[in-house]
Structure formats: C-alpha cells, structure tokens
Design a protein around this ligand. Structure first.
Ligand code: FMN
Length: 166
C-alpha cells in the first residue's frame, strides 16, 4: 500500500484543517500520517508520496517575519511559530527527496491577489529530486485568519482522493 505523509504549516488552523481533509481523501488508498512541519523529520526511506501544504504569506512561503506578523494578529497562540515549510525544505538534503510529491496552500479568496506558497514549495521539491504527481493547488480562506470558504474541505478531500488514484 502507498505510504504517504502530509506535512503542513499553519498559523490560525486553516491549513491544518485542509491537511487533515486531504489525508482523509488519501486514506482510501494509502497509509497516511499527518505531521506539523516542525515535527516532520526525518522522512522515512520507504515513503511513496509527500504532500506539503502551508499558508501563503507575502505572495509565497512564510518567513520568520511574516510568522511574527501572524502571531501579533492572532487572538490565540499560532501553531507553526518556530518554523515553516521554507525552513523545513531548506533542511532536507540536496537530492534527498525520492518520492512523488504534491503541494497545496491556503490563500485569501481575492481575485487580484497573486502568489502561491504551493507553487514555491513545488519548485523546491523538484530541485530536491522529487517528481510532481499533481499541479500545486490552492484552497481559499475568507480573510487572514479564515475561516475556509464553504466547500473547501470537501474539495480538499476530493483532491486527496485524486492523489491516491493517479
Ligand atoms: C503576514 C501575512 C501575509 C499574508 N500574505 C498573503 C498573501 O500574499 N496572499 C494571500 O492570498 N494571503 C496572504 N495571507 C493570508 C494567509 O494566506 C492566511 O492567513 C492563511 O491562508 C491562513 O492559513 P492558516 O490558518 O493555516 O495560517 C497572509 C497572512 C499573513 C499573516
């Protein structure tokens, strides 16, 4: 059976919810674990599929400064304050990703706002040696702290299901 990891970064919890919904979809055909990014090492050598997701910050992957911004906005402690997908990917060895991969992000549902953390993460995973099994996907939030737009968790589940049935 396919062994898959879903690795996510999340400040306010929206990307975490999407990560779990993707995992639910994947679970129909794969053995899946979900890991918050700061606890997602080392990658197991027998992994078949790596799914990576994070919030879009400043048109791309978060940085320490944007996570700090999120922390100052949040009413509760944010989840991924110590590191994000950018730092996690930087910590993986060159050529160290031998799996198929897919990436997603969460972004504000605004027609004219460009930039996608998922596209940036996909580019890095390709350089690290992985092979893409799907186009980067975005899931929409209504505002900086969410909530997710109606229907996005169902869409995330369907996307996960499609990843499991290539
Ligand atoms: C500092 C900061 C910068 C952001 N920049 C963008 C952006 O460039 N484009 C966008 O669509 N959303 C942007 N957002 C909104 C985030 O994408 C949103 O907070 C995220 O999807 C929520 O996911 P989370 O609850 O998992 O953190 C930004 C949010 C923060 C806190």
């Amino acid at each position: 059976m396919t062994r898959a990891w879903v690795v996510y970064e999340s400040m306010f919890g929206n990307t975490r919810e999407v990560a779990h919904a993707v995992a639910e979809g994947l679970r129909e055909r794969a053995q899946v674990e979900v890991h918050e990014v700061s606890t997602a090492t080392p990658l197991p050598p027998d992994l078949d599929l790596l799914v990576v997701g994070g919030p879009t910050h400043a048109f791309g992957l978060s940085r320490a400064s944007t996570r700090h911004d999120a922390e100052t906005k949040a009413e509760r402690p944010v989840e991924s304050s110590s590191m994000g997908v950018r730092e996690w990917l930087a910590g993986l060895d060159d050529g160290g990703v031998h799996t198929a991969y897919a990436t997603f992000d969460t972004r504000v549902n605004h027609p004219h706002l460009p930039g996608s953390a998922a596209k940036k993460a996909a580019r890095r995973l390709r350089r690290l040696g992985g092979s893409a099994c799907a186009d980067p996907e975005s899931f929409w939030v209504e505002g900086t702290e969410g909530p997710l737009v109606d229907g996005e968790l169902e869409r995330a589940r369907d996307w996960g299901r499609e990843l499991a049935h290539p």
